[in-house]
Design a protein around this ligand. Structure first.
Ligand code: ADP
Ligand code: MG
Length: 219
């Protein structure tokens, strides 16, 4: 049943009459939306409205109770999870970094190919990492994990953006990527998100007006 493939995804996304319930509590009732390759879509609305649920359905972190979700006209439930998720980069509110160096965390964006030092540098610069890494005694070898790390939320978020740049997936999902950050941090992240989403299909949940200006469509 999972024998379909998604070789060269352009990033067309279609939700067709998607329904979702958690323990019989209906959260999404027949959601249909169509997103063109390269289109940047924001979803806004009150807390508990189901925004995160819509995002989580795309890489099948949760399975829809009804309806279909298509990527490039292929039902996501007919391809393997690993193949589907290779095509989706995920930026959360609080990124999960590994207990490894900053460089290793960036490289981990794509475990399916060899990453060159030049690529790490390019992604790090686009994500505004030198702004703080230049002040760390261990530089790019500094630990990035939860333990023993003195990195701020905004710095950790920029590492996760560098990692997503390395992944270079055609679809980017972001769930309130700047909601926990101060204004200065947000400005740096907005800039790096602008680079990350160039040419990509984007699904973004945010309350921040400054991020909405990067989008084509707001639901
Ligand atoms: P939003 O992101 O718009 O704030 P969510 O999609 O997170 O909303 O949640 C929508 C509704 O589903 C809320 O009422 C929430 O309490 C409920 N919900 C979310 N996740 C779960 C879960 N894992 N189990 C049960 N209920 C959930
Ligand atoms: Mg949410």
């Amino acid at each position: 049943r999972k024998d379909n493939h998604m070789p060269h995804v352009k990033g067309q996304i279609d939700f067709q009459n998607v329904t979702h319930s958690y323990n019989n509590a209906l959260v999404l009732n027949g959601v249909s939306l169509s997103i063109k390759p390269g289109e940047k879509v924001a979803i806004i609305g009150p807390s508990g409205a189901g925004k995160s649920t819509i995002l989580k359905l795309l890489p099948l972190f949760i399975t829809p109770s009804g309806g279909r979700i298509l990527v490039d006209n292929i039902d996501t439930q007919t391809v393997s999870l690993s193949e589907l998720r290779r095509n989706v980069a995920w930026i959360s509110q609080s990124p999960q970094l590994f207990s490894k160096s900053i460089t290793e965390n960036v490289i981990d964006g794509d475990i399916f190919r060899q990453i060159t030092g030049d690529e790490v540098m390019a992604a790090s610069q686009a994500a505004n990492l030198p702004e703080f890494i230049s002040r760390l005694p261990l530089g790019y070898n500094s630990p990035a994990g939860e333990n023993g790390s003195s990195l701020s939320g905004g710095q950790r978020q920029r590492i996760s953006i560098a990692r997503a740049l390395i992944k270079n997936a055609p679809i980017i999902c972001m769930d309130e990527p700047t909601s926990a950050l101060d204004d200065k941090s947000e400005a740096l992240i907005r800039e790096s998100i602008g680079k990350l989403i160039k040419g990509k299909t984007v699904l973004l949940v945010t309350h921040r007006r400054s991020l909405l200006t990067l989008m084509d469509t707001i639901y």
